[in-house]
Design a protein. Structure first.
Length: 119
């Protein structure tokens, strides 16, 4: 059973940076795709970025392209989300998630970490 624990959220001013971490444990990771999602108050949870565990192939939502970078450290079993040039609209609870490559549904979720960007 894959377990995910996020950290690194906090309060930052607009234009600032934060790096989120997602520590993974349990199971085999080579067949996984990892994702960062976010959910703002009153809004649906949306996909921010994804990365495949083995090959490191990445994808980003248009709203964060050029500002956010997803990466993984396979030796540390950790996925990162580097967030630069943060905007107030980036304020949300950020979740780390994982899915098997042969599925489209993310089955494993972390507890979330709050990111607040002040204007």
């Amino acid at each position: 059973q894959v377990q995910l624990v996020e950290s690194g959220g906090g309060l930052v001013q607009a234009g600032g940076s934060l790096r989120l971490s997602c520590a993974a444990s349990g199971g085999t990771f080579s067949g996984l795709a990892m994702g960062w999602f976010r959910q703002a108050p009153g809004k649906e949870r949306t996909l921010v970025a994804t990365i495949t565990w083995s090959g490191g192939t990445t994808n980003y939502a248009d709203s964060v392209k050029g500002r956010f970078t997803i990466s993984r450290d396979t030796a540390r079993y950790t996925v990162y989300l580097q967030m630069n040039s943060l905007k107030p609209e980036d304020t949300a609870v950020y979740y780390c998630a994982a899915r098997r490559l042969y599925t489209t549904e993310y089955n494993y979720w972390g507890q979330g970490t709050q990111v607040t960007v002040s204007s």
